[in-house]
Design a protein around this ligand. Structure first.
Ligand code: ADP
Ligand code: 5GP
Length: 206
């Protein structure tokens, strides 16, 4: 019996390691799919269109909003980011799991539409370590680093709107925790009511 797909949302302050964890999660868990966001920000060195993001112009982004092609969108640090709707809806309808790595504004829009989604907030072990990671990544201007670090405490307060919090101290441990969360979520009674009913009715879940 095909199981409905699970929608997983990962958020957390910039530089906390969401992208790194997502990569590891996708390596370990080939059945999980990644939603590629559209953004008006410029690609960083090494980022590839259609792999990390769909890099679009302001006009293209506005067109996507107008055509209701985005499941959610938000302005983050002066750029626009959004989740293309069709890919997410198609995968879920086909019983596939999908992970969205998006900011808290977008996550709350998704939570309104998919309250059965699994919302995970990733935090760094400390703000000093977060600053080290953003600096080490070397992708931001000093101005952008200041902006990202300046909003960390405010951003952390939004963790209470999520279902789980995972501390990204070591990538392997944080990823293992997320895998455990997904596994537990798949066993929720609410996601298995049809199986219980099938055993009751037919003597078997098949
Ligand atoms: P985000 O996607 O949350 O903005 P990234 O995944 O780009 O963050 O990670 C930011 C930087 O921190 C990268 O250079 C990455 O290699 C590093 N990093 C991520 N997780 C860890 C960790 N657990 N320990 C040390 N460095 C990490
Ligand atoms: P970055 O520029 O570092 O890749 O991402 C900046 C922020 O934008 C991160 O908090 C990231 O989670 C968020 N983000 C990435 N894609 C999306 C998206 O599709 N929608 C929303 N709302 N936020 C996104």
């Amino acid at each position: 019996m095909a199981r409905p797909g699970i929608l997983i949302v990962l958020s957390g302050p910039s530089g906390t390691g969401k992208g790194t964890i997502c990569k590891e999660l996708l390596n370990n868990y080939p059945n999980i799919n990644y939603s590629i966001s559209a953004t008006t920000r410029s690609p960083r060195a090494g980022e590839v269109n259609g792999v990390n993001y769909w890099f679009v112009s302001q006009a293209e982004f506005q067109e996507m909003i107008k055509n209701d092609a985005l499941l959610e969108w938000a302005e983050v640090y002066g750029n626009y980011y959004g989740t293309p709707r069709r890919y997410v809806e198609e995968l879920l309808a086909n019983g596939k799991d999908i992970v969205l790595e998006i900011d808290t504004q977008g996550a709350m829009q998704v939570k309104n539409k998919f309250p059965e989604g699994v919302f995970i907030y990733i935090v760094p072990p400390s703000i000093d370590e977060l600053a080290t990671r953003i600096n080490k990544r070397g992708s931001e201007t000093p101005e952008s680093i200041k902006r990202r670090l300046g909003s960390v405490r405010y951003e952390l307060s939004s963790a209470y709107d999520y279902h789980y919090v995972v501390i990204n101290d070591r990538v392997s441990e944080a990823t293992a925790k997320i895998e455990a969360i997904i596994s537990a979520e798949k066993s929720r009674v609410g996601r298995n009511a049809d199986r219980i009913a099938a055993i009751s009715k037919n003597g078997s879940i098949d």
